[in-house]
Design a protein around this ligand. Structure first.
Ligand code: SER
Length: 319
């Protein structure tokens, strides 16, 4: 049984990935780590600053880790507020892991890229796997540079590193922090608690999105795929649904008819407009049989079912 380390285990994706990997591999084989505590995990949790290479090395050795999921990062909106720091953090975390993998301390590494690697000149509809990439955000620049480096380490040092370009991820367990697609999570919380949401993106801003169970499935599936089947050595496009704030609001209104939305776009609107509307993920299907499961309505229903319990608002839902 391989031993796994999750870096960024208290984040939106990390917190759910830990649970799924523990279910599959046993609790003691999955070490959760983060720079901050959230109380999510009281067992098999270590504090770890992933910018500290020696601390990462000691953790790998102590727990005899073979696989690492590197989920810590400063997301797009937060990175714009601290460009130098965000670049330093995002790149040093990745470089530390790549170097430790090169030394043989990590056998298999997962590092996510993002739709943020695309930019204003990228074709926005059904964005191809290989296309123009001219990101104009700090986060996007760090992810694109990261993609080039993971391919370099794979091709020159035979480091086994796997990656997908996550779209905006929607989930109910842990909120995202500092991204441009966060509106699509906030809207559910405010729909249930206030009956109203002011969106920081315009009504018609279409972005690629994915429900958490699909994101977890993609992450674990690409790590299990046969290495030789993976033709793409940087990062795979993956897709699920694309919608606008208005379409999401309409879908929520089917279950919460009194819900209202208005729009007050801020600096995140410019970021969103530089990203694709939809993604062509046929290469991921071809190489490792990737397919999403959740469409917009299934996702909205599931989100509202879970969050209405949390807020004791089950009676408000029209099902
Ligand atoms: N959800 C991310 C963000 O908004 C995109 O990868 O930053």
């Amino acid at each position: 049984m391989q031993k796994i380390l999750i870096i960024g285990a208290n984040g939106q994706i990390g917190s759910e990935l830990v649970s799924e990997l523990r279910r599959e591999n046993g609790d003691h084989n999955v070490i959760a780590s983060d720079i901050k505590s959230s109380g999510n995990f009281d067992k098999y949790f270590v504090f770890l600053d992933a910018t500290d290479k020696e601390a990462v090395r000691q953790t790998l050795i102590k727990y005899e880790i073979s696989e690492v999921y590197l989920l810590a990062a400063i997301l797009s909106a937060n990175a714009e507020k601290m460009p130098g720091n965000a670049w330093h953090i995002n790149m040093s975390i990745l470089f530390n892991a790549l170097e430790l993998a090169k030394e043989g301390l990590i056998k298999k590494l997962f590092w996510p890229s993002s739709i943020a690697v695309f930019g204003p000149h990228t074709p926005r509809i059904k964005t191809p796997q290989i296309t123009i990439m001219d990101p104009n955000t700090v986060y996007g620049i760090s992810k694109l540079a990261g993609e080039r480096w993971i391919e370099y380490y794979r091709d020159h040092y035979d480091v086994d590193v796997r990656s997908v370009r996550y779209p905006g991820i929607i989930s109910w367990k842990t909120k995202p922090g500092g991204g441009t697609t966060d509106y699509a999570v906030e809207i559910f919380h405010e729909a249930l608690t206030k009956g109203h949401y002011t969106s920081f993106l315009d009504a018609n801003t279409r972005l690629p999105m994915m429900y958490m169970p699909d994101a977890i499935k993609a992450t674990i599936q690409i790590m299990k795929a046969d290495k030789d089947a993976l033709q793409i050595h940087n990062s795979y496009n993956i897709a699920a649904v694309s919608f606008t704030p208005e379409e999401l609001a309409q879908s929520i209104q089917k279950f919460l008819p009194d819900f209202r939305i208005d729009y007050k776009p801020d600096f995140r609107q410019t970021i969103a407009e530089s990203w694709p509307e939809s993604i062509d993920d046929s290469q991921a299907y071809k190489d490792w049989q990737w397919q999403h499961q959740y469409d917009l309505e299934m996702m909205v229903r599931d989100m509202l079912l879970h969050l209405s319990k949390k807020y004791h608002k089950e009676a408000d839902l029209v099902l």
